[in-house]
Design a protein around this ligand. Sequence first.
Ligand code: BGC
Length: 363
Amino acid sequence: MFKKKVIALLLGAALVASMITGCGGAAGTSSDSGKSTGGKKVGVSMPTKDLQRWNQDGDNMKKEFEAAGYEVDLQYASNDVQTQLSQVENMISSGCNVLVIAAIEGSSLGEALDMAKEKGVPVIAYDRLLMDSDAVSYYATFDNYMVGTVQGTYVKDTLDLDNAEGPFNIEFTAGDPGDNNAGFFFNGAYDVLKPYIESGKLNVVSGQKTFEEVATPAWATETAQSRAENILSSNYADGKNVDVWLCSNDSTALGVETALANNYNGTYPIITGQDCDIENTKNMIAGKQSMSVFKDTRTLASQVVKMVGQILNNETVDVNDTTTYNNNKITVPSYLCEPVFADANNYKEILIDSGYYTEDDLK
Ligand code: BGC
């Protein structure tokens, strides 16, 4: 059985390894891919500025692409599918040589992707897979299933599910059904916890345990909050404790945390998250969120800059997974970076010492 510290160590080691090997190393990456990039233009399409991480993703990519000699057209689509579609179409008609796209909805950019294919513009799906299209050249992301596994394993170890008597009460809050990642996160966590749910050691009091039942459209904090409020008033108003709230990411965890603050007086649950957003990291320090899975946007940006350089220079493109990500049309060659476990004990090392945040950011 894995212990929490062992996981932290393993994931920490994986981070270091990934920095040394394929998935990172900004300086080396930039100069490698800068070989013959003169005059090349990259279109970077991000879903929204509302969530902290996409701002960081966009900023990091722009910085790295420019340092490598590219021109960059960076656009945010305000979580509006039509806006993203026309932004991507504009990128193609304005002469971008390659596109990097984090889709709002994986399957809604078909027309733009067809246009890219027609014009011979390679497309990298960024963080979220682009669905239902054979025009996707590569996918760069963090290992989404592993994100869920890290969350589930954290719950398993913290409650010591193999030895503790239980039973414990648990609720789930997952992500956007339009985002292919959301199912991977949920399944990764659920697969770890399933044996304990089946044996009755974990009790899903609301009864809501399928992805469809626990999903949160658009990953919206307010939606997660109101669903959590309903669950609390229907199932926990009699004084029952909720021991775990498995949240797939930080924006949904924030909603659950607000719901608990307003509607719950029992023992505070274990709450998981993902992204290490500033608000959530503050909550981890304050004991209102137990952990978050850290996906260093600098690491992914570096990987993508490297892959773009390889594509444009007709070199072999760095991938490490050619089987997992089928988008209903093709299996997209992928590079999966490794996510890292973060909590109140290691956040200084992972987030501050690495320069991701300053102490002041977290005050
Ligand atoms: C990303 C997560 C993020 C979520 C909401 C997912 O596709 O992988 O990091 O929390 O979208 O934006």
